[in-house]
Ligand binder design. Structure first.
Ligand code: BES
Ligand code: MN
Ligand code: ZN
Length: 506
């Protein structure tokens, strides 16, 4: 999917599964729980490698003080028996092992293996599902956005292209892999979209990329400014009017419920897609403005999520809607003080043209409810700097009118590592966005800036269960983490894919 779109991208790590056998050459990873001995079942490959190398592995691990702690990595170069390197990766305490910690171990392995073209990972004693998690973690960490590097020496590029997971139940792991791969494809698509520079990715070109999802079996509709003007999308079109690049709304349908269709209403996922946010006439300072290329992160996540659901053939009917605009200052741009009429009919006084995301979401969310009568709606948006002040880069802000959805997402966030923290909604905050001239204004002052933004969005929720995820602090990372290289994180793809899988399928 990703490769078909852009042939110059490095392909996703190739994953194979095989029965455990000591490789005769190349690299070998030993996944070792804390406190394991070579004689234990989980130490089977360690023991085999030791036997072939005159105990070189045990000597090196004890010299390095390797204890099998989570994230602990010891590399042994050329230990003998034809092996180029043996990497021990700690799994932590056996009873604390989860799919998430297994993914992290895979990520650590991928980093230790970048100089090797191929490697085997011994998942001795791990279930087939855990072996798949390790492989997924390695794939996710090995991601690289390489499209615009034309002068990098081959020697400097990561070499790892193929991983073979050695697991007792290789057949079960092999048949579980395609679903995990589908999720990785979705994550990669999101990361690609979010990484693209804003001269390449604008509302029109992003809509074209969405259209390519039809090859995965999705139905994709694109609405032009003319279509949206006819509907009365005054809020979204007001943001777009200063840009030479036309706005688009894209609606992506995944119909995977099959015979179950009709019993359950569709799930709707809505994304803020500001392909570049200058702030408009309320222009942002120059320092760091380049970051605003990823102000389409919410939309990018919705697109990747739809690809992931299709890629793993999820048994659900889901609709992804993204509002795509560029927020520019120009002679045609919206002014502070303008009053626009949203698709819902409610009027908005635009006090600050930099509070544009909520204006885009207002019309798209209203459309989703009017047109599709969804079971629930979840929106994602890089909405406020204020959420970064509140939660930093560790948790996304969650706002909801539905305790059940909020509870489900909180639990899944902890399990997937895409963590969310619930923030309040309350009448008292809503007062901050009262306008003297219109039904509301688009900013509520500095206090509780992420909350008043959510209150604004809630005015466009017409009785449906709804969650708003403010991902301004989590869509992009300035540092590597075990399964997410620095840059675009695709935060939300894993979270919402698991939400669907655990609670809304079949
Ligand atoms: N896209 C920004 C929010 C943002 C800031 C995302 C930093 C990622 C990193 C949003 O459109 C914005 O400009 N919000 C303003 C709102 C304010 C004018 C009420 C903000 O947070 O400063
Ligand atoms: Mn803005
Ligand atoms: Zn923005």
């Amino acid at each position: 999917m990703r490769n078909g779109m852009t042939p110059e991208d490095p392909p996703m790590l190739d994953i194979a599964f095989a029965k455990p056998a000591l490789p005769k050459s190349g690299a070998l990873v030993l996944l070792l729980p804390e406190g394991v001995a070579a004689a234990d079942p989980a130490g089977a490959m360690w023991q085999a490698a030791d036997a072939a190398t005159g105990e070189a592995i045990t000597r090196a691990l004890s010299a390095a003080g390797f204890k099998g702690k989570p994230g602990q990595v010891t590399t042994i170069l050329a230990p003998g028996a034809g092996l180029s390197r043996v990497v021990a990766v700690g799994l932590g305490k056996p009873d604390a092992l989860t799919p998430h910690t297994a993914e992290e171990a895979g990520g650590h392995a991928a980093v230790a293996l970048t100089r090797e073209p191929a490697a085997a990972i011994a998942a001795s004693g791990l279930s087939a599902d855990m072996a798949v998690s390790v492989a997924l973690g390695a794939v996710l960490r090995a991601y690289r956005f390489d499209r615009y590097r034309t002068r990098e020496k081959a020697d400097d590029k990561p070499k790892l292209a193929k991983l073979t997971m050695l697991t007792d139940d290789a057949a079960a792991a092999k048949s579980a892999w395609p679903a995990a791969r589908g999720i990785a494809e979705g994550v990669f698509l999101t990361r690609d979209l979010v990484s693209e520079p804003p001269n390449v990715l604008n509302p029109v070109s992003m809509a074209e990329r969405c259209k390519k999802l039809e090859s995965l079996g999705l139905k994709v509709e694109i609405l032009t400014p003319k279509d949206m003007a006819k509907l009365g999308f005054g809020a979204l079109l007001g943001v777009a009017q200063g840009s030479a690049n036309e706005a688009r709304m894209v609606v992506m349908h995944w119909n995977g419920a099959g015979a179950r269709r009709g019993k359950a209403k569709p799930l709707c996922f809505v994304g803020k897609g500001v392909t570049f946010d200058t702030g408009g006439i309320s222009i942002k300072p120059a320092g760091g403005m380049e970051d605003m290329k990823w102000d389409m992160g919410g939309a990018g996540t919705v697109v990747g999520l739809m690809a992931a659901l299709a890629g793993r053939k999820a048994k659900v009917d889901a609709i992804g809607l993204v509002g795509l605009v560029e927020n520019m200052p120009s002679g045609t741009a919206q002014r502070p003080g303008d009053v626009v009429t949203s698709y819902s009919g409610q009027t908005i006084e635009v006090i600050n043209t930099d509070a544009e995301g909520r204006l885009v979401l207002a019309d798209v969310l209203w459309y989703a409810q009017q047109k599709y009568d969804p079971r629930f709606m979840i929106d994602l948006a890089t909405l406020t700097g204020a959420i970064i002040i509140g939660l930093g880069h560790e948790y996304a802000g969650l706002f909801s009118n539905d305790d059940e959805l909020a509870t489900q997402l909180h639990a899944i966030g902890n399990a997937t590592g895409e963590k969310v923290w619930r923030m309040p909604l309350a009448e008292a905050y809503d007062k901050q966005i009262k306008s003297d001239i219109a039904d509301m204004k688009n900013v509520g002052g500095r206090p509780g800036g992420a909350i008043t933004a959510a209150q604004f969005i809630q005015r466009f929720i017409n009785g449906k269960p709804w969650v708003h995820l403010d991902i301004a602090g989590t869509a992009w990372s300035s540092k590597d983490s075990p399964t997410v290289p620095k840059g675009a994180t695709a935060f939300g793809v894993r979270l919402l894919d698991r939400l669907v899988a655990e609670h809304y399928e079949s």
